[in-house]
Design a protein around this ligand. Structure first.
Ligand code: TRP
Length: 350
């Protein structure tokens, strides 16, 4: 069997450091590992429209933003096919057939969808498109016969749902689709990076994200204003490192080399954490280190992004080439699906 990756993001905003450690960084490593026969990275505009149908301009504007974020982080269009979801009409057709294999109750049980319904106040006016987006996500994955889906932790329920649909399809119509598996980041702190305000999740509407495109000044301002341990009032007080976003970010980003460079009095993060927990280490010093680490990590990404942003038509060209290539692959899968379902009535007429 071929090793194929499919993954993607909704273009509802620029990507932030939660996307970076939660999924993007891993994708670039997988891309460069040479272990995959094909890699598809999709900008999920049709999915973004399921909760932004009243604001298509926002979705449109963010397609190039997300593409710039990808390329700046090291996604290489010569190794990965980057494409736009809505260009692939076959995905919509697959979604329609998969819809028969899922019940309303099952969709309503999906924990990610459930949380989003609540967050968006959709309880009383739930758009069907939104409720069924896990089905369309199954179409995205299966259209490319992807066996590997590198995503953040919040996407696990989508993958579970996809596997169920695949098993149901293959059981009814014969072995056709490939069952995908999720690949999560190895570092536990990267699974879900909290917001700078200590809220569980980074979200644009909460204004608690550090973006990949943030300037050096913005990064510094956000790091210096981060929420820490509210009970760590005096420097001498013992502090908590576990629910403290500054330490969670250091867990996700800092290496021993960073300590050697910026704060050699500690050999590693564990030593610094022990000091904070004992008491006697101030938040300012932690934030200064975190700022140095974040600046070092994000500067090359930002500079590459600024360079790429000078030629937006080239970004659209890349997306068009990728989308045409992806479309041919999805069309092939769709014809296999229709054959398996015995609805390929006219396939011999060409
Ligand atoms: N749901 C993903 C997000 O919220 C985007 C996405 C759409 C996706 N289709 C996918 C991710 C298929 C992985 C595989 O960003």
């Amino acid at each position: 069997m071929e090793n194929i990756i499919l993954t993607g993001d909704r273009p509802s905003g620029k990507l932030h450091i939660g996307h970076y450690v939660g999924s993007l960084k891993r994708r670039v490593e997988l891309q460069n590992s040479g272990n995959f026969d094909k890699i598809y990275i999709m900008i999920a505009d049709a999915q973004a429209l399921t909760d932004n149908f009243d604001n298509p301009e926002k979705v449109r504007a963010n397609i190039t933003e997300v593409a710039l974020d990808y390329l700046a982080c090291g996604i290489d269009p010569n190794k990965s096919t980057v494409f736009v979801q809505s260009h692939i009409a076959e995905l919509t057709e697959l979604t329609f057939y998969y819809m028969n294999l899922v019940t309303l109750a099952r969709l309503q049980r999906n924990p990610t969808v459930k949380a989003e319904i609540k967050q968006k106040n959709y309880e009383l006016s739930l758009p069907m498109g939104f409720l069924t987006y896990p089905v369309s996500q199954t179409a995205d994955i299966t259209a490319f016969k992807a066996n590997t889906v590198p995503v953040g932790e919040d996407q696990l329920p989508m993958l579970e749902q996809a596997r169920e649909i695949v098993r149901s399809f293959n059981g009814l119509y014969g072995e056709t689709l490939v069952e995908p598996k999720a690949v999560l980041p190895e570092n536990k702190s990267c699974l879900r990076l909290p917001g700078t305000d200590g809220m569980a999740k980074m979200s644009k509407s909460l204004g608690n994200c550090i973006y990949l495109s943030d300037s050096a000044d913005e990064i510094k301002r956000k790091v210096m204003g981060m929420y820490t341990d509210p009970n760590h009032i005096k420097v001498t007080d013992p502090g908590d490192t576990q629910n403290n976003p500054t330490f969670i970010y250091l867990d996700a980003f800092a290496s021993d080399e960073h300590f050697a460079r910026y704060l050699p009095e500690y050999a590693c993060l564990e030593e610094m954490k022990a000091h904070y927990e004992r008491g006697g280490l101030g938040d300012m010093k932690v934030k200064k280190l975190l700022n140095a680490v974040m600046q070092e990590t994000l500067e090359p990404i930002r500079l590459r992004r600024e360079e790429l942003a000078k030629d937006i038509p080239a970004i659209w060209d890349m997306l068009y080439r990728g989308s045409e290539e992806a479309r041919a692959v999805a069309a092939q899968t769709l014809s296999e699906v229709k054959k398996a379902m015995r609805i390929d009535y006219f396939s011999d007429r060409k």
